[in-house]
Design a protein around this ligand. Structure first.
Ligand code: CP
Length: 291
């Protein structure tokens, strides 16, 4: 694997290897503390982030590498002087051994990868892809379900502009027997070509669905338009099986009520913490770490 750009381009075998490694890391992270101790990784974020940037930086430090970082790249990097993504990628190729980039354009990671001589990791590209999020989502599902085959998942919220559900469904579609339901308001519909059943209420979601994957309204990508998302609260969760997992990539607004946070099925904070293990696995896989 040269880059980590989208869940479409990673094979099932590569995903399985990444998940196995992420599990090994999660059991004993200290074993990997020198895995990349001669490497430098850059994080270059054009869009705001708490989880992706900081968990990648934590992962970089936990595998013994060093990090150089630009946040607010639109204003604090030479992108503010109209430098292109391609020229930025060429520069980073001389300063680091890999870089993680988040950008608002759907094709940004691929544009960077076309000219980069070092691995490019997509930290979120427009409404298209967020592959490291999908890996940590899959890790969390596998940890709690013990399988990725024969999953029944309902994705909810802003499925048009949100990249995480799109990216995750494409990853899970590599496994056998996936059933997908989507529940989104007008203007936020799921336009993914992977077969899915559109539902219009919580009543239409099977009560034994394995995963509810809620997402927020992507206000920043809707040109001032608004939409009322389905809200998951304690009462809604009563409809679902004790084995239904509730995931959310975060940040959340009000689409998951805080009264659900104590429900043992609500995994979103654990899910975010699993990002460190998943991202350590991505870095080691791309940069060839030693234990
Ligand atoms: N889930 C996610 O991408 O969160 P951040 O925007 O905080 O990185």
């Amino acid at each position: 694997m040269k880059h980590f750009l989208s869940t479409e381009e990673i094979s099932k075998e590569e995903l399985e290897k990444l998940l196995v490694l992420a599990f090994e890391i999660s059991k004993n992270p200290k074993k990997f503390k020198k895995a990349l101790d001669d490497k430098i990784v850059a994080t270059f974020f054009f869009e705001p982030s708490t989880r992706t940037r900081l968990s990648f930086e934590s992962a970089i430090l936990r595998v013994g590498a060093k990090v150089i970082s630009t946040e607010n790249a639109n204003t604090s990097s030479s992108a503010a002087k109209s430098e292109s993504i391609e020229d930025t990628a060429r520069m980073l190729s001389g300063y680091a051994d890999a870089f993680v980039m988040r950008n608002g354009d759907d094709d940004s990671a691929h544009r960077a990868a076309r000219v980069s001589t070092i691995p490019v990791i997509n930290g979120g590209s427009g409404s298209a892809q967020h592959p490291s999020q999908s890996l940590l989502d899959a890790f969390t599902i596998f940890k709690h379900k013990g399988r990725l085959d024969n999953l029944k998942i309902c994705v909810l919220g802003d499925l048009k502009k949100g990249r995480t559900a799109n990216s995750l469904v494409r990853l899970l579609s590599k496994f056998e027997g996936l059933q997908v339901f989507s529940f989104a308001p007008k203007g936020c519909e799921f336009n993914c070509e992977i077969p899915h059943t559109v539902v219009k209420s919580f009543d239409e979601i099977p009560h034994d669905v394995d995963v509810l994957y809620q997402t927020r309204f992507q206000r920043e990508r809707h040109d001032g338009k608004n939409a009322v998302l389905p809200i998951i609260d304690k009462k809604v969760m009563e409809r679902f099986s004790k084995d239904t997992l509730l995931l959310h990539p975060l940040p959340r607004n009000d689409e998951i009520s805080t009264d659900v946070d104590d429900d043992p099925r609500a995994l979103y904070f654990e899910q975010a913490h699993n990002g460190v293990f998943a991202r350590m696995a991505i870095l080691i896989t791309l940069l060839g770490g030693k234990k």
